[in-house]
Design a protein around this ligand. Structure first.
Ligand code: NAP
Length: 256
């Protein structure tokens, strides 16, 4: 299994394609950062009949994306206005879903305050198990391994949190995986020369982690490009760090 080093940057030929995605009728999903290139996953989800909420800060941006996706797939995604910069705004965005909805997949492609978003939607995620053929609900967090300081710290914490979600909710049927989507020329990487630009293939890694039944055996783990199990830095599996972070996060939102 590739470890946390540059081998994750060398692409293997994917053994999974969108033809392997099962029918997703009755399944409800949320994709954050959904208007960015990396979230081409939405196309495949719609093509396989999922009901997809596209989360973004910008209503206008999502409306354009929804229109384009309708032309491409014949299916209509739904808008979820979401700004992850602020806990009150996250709470407002999840208000209407918390009790009544049943989500079987959240694809977390932004990296900020996803823990709180997921925590608020936990009841809706647990209800989503019913609609999923393998009896599980999933949260897939895009992350990576790396050396840039602040950015990598936030990605590191994403992986730790995902691992802790698996630990705390795994026995209730929640699968939490983190995903290194690969190095991609998206808005985030627009100033870095020479990057690969395989956005479509990157979406496959996220879809594989999010949809295939066999991934349920790898709860808390890390998926890497393209479509492989990998390992993140050893510290992300450290339960002392994980529990400390979990307590810290609970503390931050206890009065919200
Ligand atoms: N690109 C790569 O090579 C690469 C490699 C490894 C990991 N990743 C990870 O993959 C994820 C997506 O990367 P990307 O390259 O697609 O980035 P991107 O092009 O910069 O897109 C990020 C998306 O995040 C959303 N966003 C930013 N701030 C937000 C906020 N406060 N609240 C809600 N949404 C917010 C934006 O959506 P709106 O503007 O619509 O709100 C934007 O579409 C990130 O977590 C990144 O760290 C990327």
């Amino acid at each position: 299994m590739p470890s946390c080093n540059t081998s994750q940057g060398y692409w293997a030929t994917p053994t999974f394609s969108t033809n392997d995605i099962p029918d997703l009728t009755w399944r409800v999903m949320i994709v954050t950062g959904s208007c960015s290139a990396i979230s081409l996953v939405v196309v495949a989800l719609l093509q396989h009949n999922a009901k997809v909420y596209m989360a973004s800060r910008s209503e206008k941006k999502v409306e354009v994306a929804i229109k384009n996706l309708k032309e491409l797939t014949g299916k209509e995604a739904l808008l979820l206005q979401l700004n992850l910069c602020n806990v009150a705004a996250i709470k407002r965005s999840t208000q209407e879903f918390r009790r009544s909805a049943a989500f079987s997949l959240v694809l977390l492609s932004v990296g900020l305050r996803h823990w709180y978003f997921t925590a608020l939607l936990m009841q809706a995620l647990l209800s989503g198990k019913e609609s999923s053929s393998d009896g599980h609900t999933r949260g897939i967090t895009t992350s990576k391994t790396g050396t840039q300081k602040l950015y990598s710290q936030s990605k590191f914490l994403n992986v730790v949190v995902s691992h802790q979600v698996a630990k705390h909710y795994g026995d209730q049927g929640v699968i939490a995986l983190s995903c290194n989507p690969g190095y991609l020329k998206t808005d985030l990487q627009r100033h870095i020369a020479g990057l690969e630009c395989k956005v479509v293939v990157s979406a496959l890694t996220q879809l594989w982690g999010g949809l295939l039944p066999e991934l349920a055996q790898h709860n808390g783990e890390f998926v890497i490009p393209w479509v492989r199990m990998g390992k993140c830095r050893p510290e992300t599996y450290d339960d002392v760090i994980g529990e400390q972070l979990w307590c810290y996060l609970q503390e931050q939102v206890k009065n919200t």
